[in-house]
Design a protein around this ligand. Structure first.
Ligand code: SF4
Length: 713
């Protein structure tokens, strides 16, 4: 707390207003002021406190730009760049310039609209991050891009939960969490699958604590038993704060990529024991017989090898699962950032449907969102593969949207975020326009990303602070200062992980010439297509919200939100209540999923490395040492037996090499499945391939795992 006061000492009053009136710009659990919609008492965590400094920081002094070269700034770490303060003025750097120079907004927006017009909309792409961005901004960005004829608009929802969007739509007809956070508290069993809320959504641990108080059981399915999921100190409870609370009742140490095999093995045992919910399956689902046939053709032994588990371990899971009256299956990027991640999601849905764990009290399918903006980003249409409302990009939907908007809408999907890098690399992009984010940190193979960005004739980076990608040289680079969600004129909304659209009021603050992003998108669209200016002439963003309610009917109510705490949950507390699914025939669909055991065989001499998070938020690293694990940023987690087999010990310096790069680090002994490793992300991105073949084909999400050799240094 002392550190937070020190970081915000220049503007403590504003920090307090953000804390007490604003909707948290951290993760997607969501809280307005200091209270949420689930628990009594205060909802606050250190992640939110860390973000305060970005909201209260003073403007970057002009002298910095005059006295420091772009190369000098580019060598600083993300943390050092953030600490320089808030972007306050439009800046430009052309080829050959050593420094950025201040320009006017008019010059910047003319350059951007000229660039889009000159190269044409197919050679322009727009990406938006997820931290802090509001629904209003996503909606205006998606509409502006399409008005200009650009199909390539994508957002950070891509690399986190795009496979959940695909997998859930195919199976239950809706790409969202089916239950509420209240259901976690009322559940009998919570399965945390490839997720680490203790690090990423800390207040979730309070919900889990309350669930445990009621007698709920917790199963962790993950290669590593994260210490924060094993035992955690919930600060708002005196006993837990002092003595800690043991959360995990059963740990399933599945191999990276072994999730489908594990789910199939568990289903086989459920069927064998006759503990499936036959009534629910018959009344509310399709495809069960095909699934049973497919499972009958898969040997349990093969599945166990692929999952890296014993029959006893799977059996223990099934004991827990079949005896829970209501269970929540929750997953995150441990599932979604794999090459077969859509199958991973569908495997979890199979398991959920098999016992009717959808649409009733304490039960649900929960893709746990990491960032405050991601749910809205996809639902507002700032997505290369979806229009507002999450509708598929196709001719029928494009025509409907064109009628509502009053201009033609591109009917084919555009470049997704990883494909924007491909396009930049091959010279197919003239303009790359980015709102926040940092492709150098977020996408695989940073060397390749750097080279690709450098090829784009015009890059425009809108942000609140500096990031390293701004300093990648290029023919023409423009940096634009924008307002935070709190400063945004008229306030704004976010959609939380439980589908709650929540309002954050404007908390006025002027930072140099920073502008509200929804106005920037409207301005650029009006410059590129002057005859469409009236479609972007929202007098206030209240008018913008009213338009969202018209275009996305399930967001009805957003236009009524005005004050801190105002919220409307689309779909109500639960989706698919009574087993009625939003699919064409009202039934959910099981998916038979084959597992190729050979592809999961341990590769001789090599290790599978997975990328992990630690004391960070997205790619923003908060601490050099993760207090939950005690590991430094260069830690390479390895099982003690694997290290011993190599004659290595804790702390030994080693080098990992994949087919794209190398990473030096120090071993940290941990309990992991044999011949698997973990390294921190984003540092581990140097090992990850950005090739198309290494992405999940439907969602186009990179596989953030790699095969590596390990040698002592
Ligand atoms: S748990 Fe998430 S929503 Fe809640 S305060 Fe922390 S970062 Fe914000």
């Amino acid at each position: 707390m002392v550190e937070v006061v020190r970081e915000n000492r220049g503007n403590l009053r504003y920090a307090w207003e953000v804390l007490t009136k604003g909707v948290c710009d951290g993760c997607a659990l969501g809280v307005a002021g200091l209270h949420d919609w689930t628990i009594d008492g205060v909802h606050l965590c250190t992640t939110r406190l860390r973000f305060l400094a970005i909201n209260t920081a003073p403007p970057i002094p002009d002298t910095l730009w005059r006295t420091t070269t772009a190369a000098g700034l580019g060598h600083r770490s993300g943390k050092e760049l953030r600490e320089l303060g808030r972007l306050a003025h439009p800046m430009r750097r052309r080829e050959g310039d050593a420094q950025f120079h201040r320009i006017s907004w008019d010059e910047a927006l003319d350059a951007l609209s000229d660039g889009i017009q000159r190269g044409g909309p197919d050679r322009a792409a727009l990406f938006l991050t997820s931290r802090g961005i509001t629904n209003e901004v996503y909606y205006s960005a998606g509409k502006a891009a399409r008005a200009m004829g650009m199909a390539s608009v994508d957002s950070a929802a891509r690399v986190c939960h795009a496979p959940s969007t695909v997998g859930l739509k195919q199976t239950i007809g809706v790409a969202a969490c089916t239950c509420s956070l209240q259901d976690v508290i009322e559940s009998d069993l919570i399965v945390l699958w490839g997720a680490n809320p203790a690090n990423n959504q800390p207040v979730f641990m309070k919900y889990l604590y309350l669930a445990k108080q009621r007698g709920a059981r917790v199963v962790v399915v993950n290669p590593y038993l994260e210490p924060g999921l094993d035992e955690y100190w919930v600060p708002s409870n005196a006993e837990s704060a002092i003595f800690g609370t043991r959360f995990c009742d059963l740990h399933i140490p599945v191999r990276p990529g072994g999730d489908v095999a594990f789910a199939n093995a568990a289903l086989k045992l459920l069927i064998e024991r006759g503990t499936i919910d036959t009534e629910f399956i018959a009344a509310h689902t399709d495809g069960w017989d095909e699934l049973v046939t497919s499972l009958a053709n898969q040997s349990l032994d093969d599945l166990l090898v692929a999952a890296g588990l014993t029959r006893y371990q799977v059996s223990c899971f099934v004991d827990e699962y079949q005896s829970a009256g209501a269970a929540i299956l929750l997953w995150s990027m441990g599932i979604t950032q794999h090459r077969d991640s859509v199958d991973g999601v569908r495997a979890i849905v199979n398991l959920g449907l098999a016992r009717g764990n959808v649409g009733r009290n304490g039960a649900g399918l929960m893709p746990l969102r990491g960032h405050s903006g991601v749910q809205g980003g996809a639902e507002m249409g700032a997505y290369a593969t979806a229009f507002p409302g999450g509708l598929d990009v196709n001719e029928t939907n494009a025509e409907k949207l064109a009628e509502q908007w009053g201009f033609p809408v591109p009917s084919s999907p555009g470049y997704t975020a990883p494909e924007m890098v491909d396009a930049a690399e091959s010279g197919a992009l003239d303009v790359l326009w980015m709102s926040g984010g940092n492709f150098l940190d977020v996408l695989p193979d940073p060397k390749r990303v750097t080279a690709a960005l450098a090829r784009v004739p015009l890059r425009v980076h809108m942000d609140v602070v500096l990031t390293s990608q701004m300093f990648v040289p290029g023919p023409d680079v423009i940096v634009l200062p924008v307002r935070t969600r709190y400063e945004q004129e008229g306030g704004g909304t976010e959609t939380t992980t439980e589908r709650r659209i929540v309002f954050s009021p404007e908390i006025p603050r002027e930072v140099g010439e920073a502008r509200s992003e929804w106005r920037v998108y409207a301005d650029v669209a009006s410059r590129v297509r002057p005859h469409l200016a009236s479609a972007f002439a929202w007098p206030t963003n209240q008018a913008l919200r009213a338009e969202i309610a018209r275009v996305v009917p399930f967001y009805a109510g957003i236009e009524t939100l005005e004050r801190t705490g105002d919220a409307v949950q689309w779909g109500g507390r639960r989706l698919a209540t009574g087993g009625v699914f939003p699919t064409e025939n009202g039934r959910a669909r099981f998916t038979p999923l084959d597992v190729d055991a050979r592809s999961h065989a341990i590769h001789d001499g090599r290790f599978t490395v997975a990328t992990r998070r630690g004391k960070q938020f997205n790619s923003m690293v908060w601490k050099e040492v993760d207090p939950l694990t005690g590991a430094g940023r260069d830690a390479i987690y390895i099982d003690a037996a694997d290290a011993a087999a190599l004659g290595l010990s804790d702390g030994d310096p080693v080098r990992l090499t994949s087919n794209v790069g190398s990473m030096d680090g120090h071993l940290k002994l941990a309990r992991l499945p044999t011949r698997t490793l973990q390294v921190h992300w984003p540092e581990g991105n140097v090992l990850i391939s950005g090739a198309t073949a290494d992405r999940e084909p439907q969602s186009r999400v990179p596989d953030y795992n790699a095969l590596v050799t390990l040698i002592a240094r």
